[in-house]
Ligand binder design. Structure first.
Ligand code: ADP
Length: 402
C-alpha cells in the first residue's frame, strides 16, 4: 500500500486539506478539499485529481460542526473514496513557531504545549491551527503529526531585521519582526534552485501577492528581511488588512474614537486594505473591473507600496539578481505586475511588456540586469514535502536545500 500524506490548514471557520501519494519517489496530489462553515452548519467539498467532485452538508444531526468533526469527515471521505494508501503523516500549517522554530517539527505533547504558548502572538490563527492538530491526532492516531510554520523560513534574520526600536525587554519577550508566508517563500526558492540555480544563489526578492501580501529578501538562499512584522498586518496593503500604519493612528483611534482592541482589530484585519480603501471589494479582479475612482486609488496605493518596499529590500540586499512574483495577483494580474515593475530600468529591472501580458515565465527583457519571473506557489505541496522529509520519505519534486 502506498504512503499517503495529508496536509491540513485549519482556520477559525474552515479546514482546507489535500492528500498526496508518495510512490516511486514522486509526490502526487490525489485530492484537495475544504470544510467551510465550522462553528455553524458546515459544508464539505472535495475534488479528486481525476476530476471527480463531492459536495455535501456535514452531519445534519449537529447544530454546529467543530474541527474534530471536520477531520473525521476527511477520514471517512478518504476511506470511502478508497484513495489506496495509508496516511503516514499529517502536515499542518501552523502560523507561528515563535522565536524558536526555524524548521518543521514532529508534534508530541511537549511540543504541542510549546506551540500553545505562542497563541498570544497570533490569536486569530494559532488556536485554530492547533485545534486542527488535536483533531488530526484523534482521526489519524497512527500518523506522524508535523507542524510547518509560516515564520520558520525567516528565523535566521539578522537582529536588526528582527527587532523594533523598543526597549530590549520587548524583544526578549518575543515582540519581534517574525515575518510570514514562509512556506510560500521556501517553496518558490526551492523551485528557483531547481530551475535557475545561478539566480537562486544570488540576491532575490520574492513578492507573494495574494489576499495576504508580503515581500521577502533572500540572499544566497537565506531570508534576510520581510515586509511583515510582529503580525501579518504590517508591510504591504492586502485584501482586507491595512499594511504599514503609523502606530499613532492606533493611539488616535483609542483616545479620540474610543475604539477598543476588538474594534481596532476588526478595522485593521477585516475592513482595511483594498477593501477599506476602495469601498468596492478586497478582490483585485473586481477592482480592475470597477469604474470607481476609489478602486483605482486602491490599486495605485497597492502598486506604490510594493514598489517602495522593493526599493527598501534592494537596499538591504545591496543589489538584485532576480525578482519573483507569485500568489493570485503576482501570478495572474498582468496590469498590476506591469505597474509594479515599469520605469525601474534605472534600478536594473527591464520589464518585457509583451511577455508580461502573456503571463510568461520570464517577464524581463533578455539582458535585463535583474531577471523578473512569475512562479506559481504551492504552500500545500511545501507542507507535504516537509512532512515527507521529516519522515525520511524521498520525494524529489521539491528538491531539498542542501
Ligand atoms: P490567498 O492569499 O487567499 O491564497 P490568492 O493567492 O488566491 O489568495 O490571491 C487572491 C487574489 O488574486 C485576489 O485579489 C484575486 O482577485 C487575485 N487574482 C486572481 N486571479 C486574478 C486575475 N486573473 N487578475 C487579477 N487578479 C487576480
Amino acid at each position: 500500500m502506498a504512503n499517503l500524506i495529508l496536509t491540513i490548514n485549519a482556520g477559525s471557520s474552515s479546514v482546507k486539506f489535500s492528500a498526496y501519494r508518495i510512490a516511486e519517489g514522486q509526490l502526487t496530489q490525489l485530492a484537495l478539499g475544504l470544510i467551510d462553515g465550522i462553528g455553524a452548519k458546515a459544508t464539505f467539498s472535495a475534488k479528486k485529481s481525476d476530476g471527480a467532485k463531492t459536495q455535501f452538508v456535514l452531519d445534519q444531526s449537529h447544530a454546529t460542526v467543530d474541527h474534530k468533526m471536520a477531520l473525521t469527515a476527511v477520514l471517512d471521505w478518504l476511506e470511502k473514496e478508497k484513495l489506496d494508501g495509508e496516511v503516514v503523516g499529517v502536515g499542518h500549517r501552523v502560523v507561528h513557531g515563535g522565536p524558536v522554530y526555524a524548521e518543521p517539527v514532529l508534534v508530541d505533547p511537549e511540543i504541542f504545549r510549546r506551540l500553545e504558548a505562542f497563541s498570544p502572538l497570533a490569536p486569530l490563527h494559532q488556536p485554530y491551527n492547533l485545534a486542527g492538530v488535536e483533531a488530526a491526532i484523534e482521526a489519524f492516531p497512527k500518523a506522524a503529526q508535523v507542524a510547518c510554520f509560516d515564520t520558520a523560513f525567516h528565523r535566521k534574520h539578522p537582529f536588526i531585521a528582527d527587532t523594533f526600536a523598543l526597549p530590549r525587554q520587548y524583544y526578549d519577550e518575543g515582540v519581534r519582526r517574525y515575518g510570514f508566508h514562509g512556506l510560500s517563500y521556501e517553496f518558490i526558492h526551492r523551485i528557483l534552485r531547481h530551475e535557475e540555480p545561478v539566480l537562486a544563489r544570488g540576491k532575490v526578492i520574492v513578492a507573494h501577492l495574494g489576499n495576504g501580501a508580503s515581500l521577502c529578501a533572500i540572499n544566497a538562499g537565506k531570508s534576510v528581511a520581510s515586509t511583515m512584522g510582529f503580525t501579518a498586518l504590517d508591510g504591504l496593503p492586502m485584501g482586507t488588512r491595512c499594511g504599514q500604519l503609523d502606530p499613532g493612528v492606533v493611539l488616535y483611534l483609542m483616545a479620540e474614537k474610543k475604539m477598543n482592541a476588538e474594534q481596532i482589530t476588526d478595522l485593521l484585519y477585516k475592513n482595511s486594505g483594498l477593501k477599506g480603501m476602495s469601498g468596492v471589494s478586497n478582490d483585485m479582479r473586481e477592482l480592475e473591473a470597477s469604474t470607481e475612482q476609489s478602486a483605482r486609488d486602491a490599486i495605485d496605493y497597492f502598486v506604490s507600496r510594493v514598489r517602495r518596499e522593493i526599493g527598501g529590500l534592494c537596499a538591504v540586499l545591496g543589489g538584485l539578481d532576480c525578482i519573483v512574483l507569485t500568489g493570485g495577483i503576482g501570478e495572474n494580474a498582468a496590469r498590476v505586475r506591469q505597474a509594479i515593475l515599469e520605469n525601474m530600468e534605472w534600478f536594473g529591472i527591464q520589464i518585457d511588456a509583451e511577455a508580461n501580458a502573456r503571463n510568461e515565465r520570464i517577464i524581463s527583457e533578455k539582458g535585463s540586469p535583474t531577471v523578473a519571473l512569475i512562479l506559481k506557489t504551492d504552500e500545500e505541496r511545501m507542507i507535504a514535502a516537509h512532512t515527507a522529509e521529516l519522515l525520511g520519505l524521498k520525494q524529489p519534486l521539491v528538491p531539498a536545500i542542501s
